[in-house]
Structures are given as C-alpha cells and as structure tokens.
Design a protein around this ligand. Sequence first.
Ligand SMILES: NC(=O)c1ccc[n+]([C@@H]2O[C@H](COP(=O)([O-])OP(=O)(O)OC[C@H]3O[C@@H](n4cnc5c(N)ncnc54)[C@H](OP(=O)(O)O)[C@@H]3O)[C@@H](O)[C@H]2O)c1
Length: 322
Amino acid sequence: MARMNAAVVTSFAEPPHYQPFEVPQPNAADEFIVDVLAVGLHPRVRSGAAGAHYTSSGTLPMIPGVDAVGQRPDGTRVYFVAADDVIGTMADKALASARRSIVLPDDADVAKVAAAMNPAMSSWVALRRRVPIQPGQSVLVLGATGNAGTMAVQVARRLGAGRVVGAGRDPGRLAALTSAGADEVVQLTGDDDATARALAAAAAESDIVLDYLWGKPAQHAIPALLTARSDRSREMNWIQIGSVAGPAMELPSVALRSANFRLQGSGQGSVSPRAYLAELPSLVAEITAGTIAVTATTMPLADVEQIWPQPEAPGERTVLVP
Ligand SMILES: NC(=O)c1ccc[n+]([C@@H]2O[C@H](COP(=O)([O-])OP(=O)(O)OC[C@H]3O[C@@H](n4cnc5c(N)ncnc54)[C@H](OP(=O)(O)O)[C@@H]3O)[C@@H](O)[C@H]2O)c1
C-alpha cells in the first residue's frame, strides 16, 4: 500500500499529528486521487477533528479537512469537497470525485480559493438555494465580524441586496464592514437590552437574516426585531448558518404566531451536494475577481500540530500547504 504524509487525528482531545498514512484508493468510477495543493483550516474542520460536528461519525484515526485545491496527474487544478468525514484533505494526496469537484480557471489563486470557498459558500448558497434573494431586499448578517460573516456582507451586496446591516462584537472588524458593503453596523455588547434596541432600530425591516451565532444573541435578537417590525405579516426569513455563540436557544412560540417569521438552516444536509456543486463555479469567479475578499495565511502542513492551537488573526484564514 502506498504511503503519504498527513495530519492524523488519533484522539479527539489532541491536535492532529503529522505522520505517514495510507494513500486512499478510489472506490468508484468517478473518483480520482489528487496531489493536494492547499487546504483551509476552517472552524468546520476543527469541529470535525474534535468529533464535535453534527456529521461526525466518531471514527479514529481520521484525517481532517473538508475541502481543498488539488492537482490531477495531467496538471489540471480542481477545487473539491471531501466525500468522507474520516479520510479528509489534510494530506499529500486525497480522494476527489467528479460529483464534488470543479476544474479551476487558470487565473484562480490556489490559496485564496482554499481559504474562501467554505466561508463564502455559507451565505452564497443560503441566498441562492435556501431563500433566493430578490433584488433590493434588506439583509441582516448576525455575526458579521468573522470570515464567513464578513463575506456574507459582500455576497449579499453582490446578489442584489438593497440594504445590508452587519452585527458583531469586535469594533475594529465592525468598522471594516462598511468598506465591505454594509450600510450600517450594530455592535453586540454585554448589555442585552441596549443591543436589542440597536438591532431593532437598524434591522427590524430586514427580509432575510443570515445567522452565524445562534445561542443568546439570536434569542435576544428575534423578539426585538419582530416586535419592532412595521408590518409583522411581511416575511422575515431567518437562515441559521453557524452557532459560534451556542448550539441551542429558547424560542418563544409567540415569535412564530405573531409574525410571518420563517426559520430554516443552510448547510450540509439541508442543501444537496448537487446544488452545492452547481454554485461552485460562480463562487470561484467571484473570489478570483476579488468581489469576495479573503486574506489567506499559508503555512506548511508539516507544522499542523503546532499551528492547530494557535488562534487565527482576525480576518485571516489559515491555509495548510503539503
Ligand atoms: N452552514 C454552512 O454552510 C457553514 C459554512 C461555513 C461556516 N459555517 C459556520 O459559520 C461560523 C463562522 O465561520 P467563520 O469561518 O466565519 O469563522 P471565524 O472566521 O472563526 O469567525 C468566527 C466569528 O465568530 C464570532 N464570535 C464567536 N463567539 C461569538 C459570540 N459569543 N458572540 C458573537 N460573536 C461571536 C467572532 O467574533 P469576534 O470577532 O467578535 O470575536 C469571530 O469573528 C462557524 O460556526 C462555521 O462552522 C457554516
């Protein structure tokens, strides 16, 4: 059996170790092996490597990495999403399939594509596949200071939003959102009542909310927004995307009776692999054109164990290069 180097998780309580591992083998006609060129270290990758993602099977050892840019033997570069949550992409070689990959244009930047596709896809797919945005609609991004949230502001603008409000904690990152396309920003502070009032004043008329937070911030925001709405029978589509502020919240039933409040999520499972695949080429084009901006920090995959516990600098995405 051929061997390669990989980031290998042997315990969900430890960072991955860089060590030899068997090269995966294609099992189906549309599968192929690529040389991995760049892999993003996304929050989703960390939760998978901790055995904490909702898709985790709990199998060890595992190779983390949910997507990557790779090169086929003929030199073609592809962006692909791993089909397996056990043998992922943080390795010299990985298994890709035609059903989950696209060929990259010559001008695509490998590191930027690896850094941006996962966070950018969250809002792009939500606004095209879950609740197709109508030109001129108003969008609130709850949790706009992270990579995915900041890109969501740009994506909403690009897809025709008439007004975009970004809400988040970090004042420096919030200030930068205006140049990313936000009309207004709201700071989420420890003062729940003041935060609720500020959100209601800025975003009660939102048509769509892209929620990266869940937990207490969403729990406080929903009643505040709905009660301040001028016409409660007008749809407010709340799209649950991330849960960095908590996996659960309390939702009073009245929220669903007293307003035309529509709650749904967007992610693996609620959107089919086929629908994701269909959106990938346009997303690569936006990243390559710079309409969705990203700062990729490349580091050697061989240093994965040391890199893993280090927090990312705000606004940057770590990309590991074999
Ligand atoms: N469903 C999907 O399709 C999909 C796809 C990609 C990502 N996601 C999810 O989206 C989320 C964000 O991903 P990302 O790549 O943007 O991560 P990221 O770059 O690490 O950003 C996370 C942000 O969360 C903020 N945050 C953390 N705890 C918070 C709290 N208690 N209240 C308010 N803000 C808080 C931080 O804000 P501060 O700057 O204020 O510290 C940070 O900027 C993750 O949960 C990820 O799994 C979902």
